[in-house]
Design a protein around this ligand. Structure first.
Ligand SMILES: Cc1ncc(COP(=O)(O)O)c(C=O)c1O
Length: 440
């Protein structure tokens, strides 16, 4: 009898996976709070909220109930010429919570499409205003905004996108203003803003996720937005990862004194239940599309735009996120991370520890230049799996981004894995010896 993993291997093609060499996938049949349960009953602690989407734990009964009710009421309706209660309700609630300048909500399917919509809003804003020559985007050199073509173009020119480089439109890259580099980056920004054709600045606010949880301050970002605004450049906050409480406040942009013009959301939006993207914008952007001329409309849409079931999941997740219980869960994780950081930060084998909200990243010092593809990355991954913990190291950076319901005891297990990785780095233990090492 072939196993589920064998059957998978015969027919499926997984994302971000070299199918020839990757081990067989772990077959997961059930989820329960912070745990994923495999076909053979093995339990894995989800330390990264399944690619940063799952906020409240797996198979949450409140979200499941709301989704089930919606499924038997209205599962879908096209969103051009029609509307429905959950789409309106979700937009109303979000606009109440977002920075005050955000005035309109545009639905799409995932983080990449939320970014595509934002880029199109910026370009067509200038087009509709008779300034089509303003079409250059400014981005962080190490950023990641998704895998569709526009999103790839405004992301780092890294190994993931190399086959497509000739087709990606040109952008202006500047460095990330990490502590100590703020003035250098502000000068880079000033130099780029001298160009008359800069249209938009897109950024991951406060934390660049895929770059390795690289963090920078709200103060320097506010200064950057102010300088962009002085030159009429529109600013896009990509909150696909940082949204819905990850960095402490509900949205990272809450910490900015200068607000973005456009915001992108996905991932935690539905609490990890269904794929949905959302782009919001300030009133002047929306009004630039209003005209007697039909051609000034935003010609973008997806079959599943504002799917009622996804909207219901988002409403249920938002209700949980805004509850007192969730606020105190997030504070508890934040304090536990801070204490662990203190313990580990100046120890041998550690290059840097970064922490904001419920995100903790440990950059190990393996004594060699590492990259996403380093052998160590796979060793760290395997060590975590062998400890029944799901982590996805980014090269020599191992981060935690747990569901908010993760208990102190479960956090303890995550920290134990991070400590073991440090011992491994210090002792240069070869990958082949890992199982014995783990059963000490
Ligand atoms: C900041 C950011 N933007 C956009 C995306 C793309 O989202 P999706 O994978 O849903 O297309 C990601 C995904 O990791 C992200 O981290």
């Amino acid at each position: 009898m072939p196993t589920l993993a064998d059957r998978d291997h015969a027919v499926l093609w997984h994302p971000y996976t070299q199918m020839q060499t990757a081990p067989l996938p772990v077959p997961i049949v059930r989820g329960e709070a912070s745990w994923l349960i495999a076909e053979d009953g093995t339990r894995y602690l989800d330390g990264i909220s399944s690619w940063w989407v799952n906020l409240h734990g797996h198979a949450h009964p409140h979200i499941a109930r709301r989704v089930s009710e919606q499924l038997s009421t209205l599962e879908h309706v096209l969103f051009a010429g029609f509307t429905h209660p959950t789409a309106v309700e979700l937009a109303e609630q979000l606009l109440e919570l977002l920075p005050q300048n955000q005035a309109r909500v545009f639905y799409s399917d995932n983080g990449s499409t939320a970014v595509e919509v934002a880029l199109k809003m910026v370009l067509q804003y200038f087009h509709n205003h008779g300034q089509p020559e303003r079409r250059t985007f400014l981005c962080f050199r190490d950023s990641y905004h998704g895998d569709t073509f526009g999103a790839m173009a405004v992301s780092s020119r890294g190994a993931f996108t190399q086959p497509f480089w000739p087709l990606l439109f040109d952008v202006e890259f500047i460095d990330v203003p990490v502590p100590g580099q703020e003035d250098v980056v502000l000068s880079q920004l000033d130099a780029v803003l001298k160009r008359p054709d800069v249209a938009g600045f897109i950024f991951e606010p406060l934390v660049l996720g895929t770059a390795g949880m690289v963090m920078y301050s709200p103060e320097v970002l506010s200064k950057m937005l102010r300088r962009c605004h002085q030159q009429g450049v529109l600013c896009i906050a990509d909150e696909v990862m940082t949204g819905f409480g990850r960095t402490g406040p509900l949205f990272a942009s809450e910490l900015l004194t200068e607000k973005p013009d456009i915001m992108c959301f996905s991932k935690g939006l539905t609490g990890g239940t269904l794929a949905m993207g959302l782009t919001t914008c300030a009133a002047p952007i929306y009004t630039a599309f209003l005209s007697d001329d039909k051609m000034k409309a935003l010609f973008h849409g997806h079959s599943y735009t504002a799917n009622p079931v996804a909207c219901a999941a988002a409403l249920a997740s938002l209700e949980l996120t805004r509850s007192e219980e969730c606020t105190s869960q997030r504070q508890r994780i934040e304090s536990a991370h801070a204490a662990f950081r203190q313990e580990i930060e100046n120890q041998p084998g550690i290059r840097q520890v970064r922490h904001r909200g419920t995100i903790l990243a440990v950059e190990y010092d393996p004594g060699e230049g590492t990259s996403y593809f380093s052998r160590l990355r796979d060793t760290f991954y395997q060590l975590a799996i062998d400890s029944h913990v799901v982590l996805r190291p980014l090269g020599n950076v191992v981060y935690l981004l747990p569901p908010y319901c993760t208990t102190n005891e479960e956090l303890g297990l995550l920290y134990t894995v991070l400590r073991r990785i440090r011992e491994l780095v210090l002792n240069h233990i070869p990958a082949a010896n890992l199982p014995e090492y783990l059963h000490d």
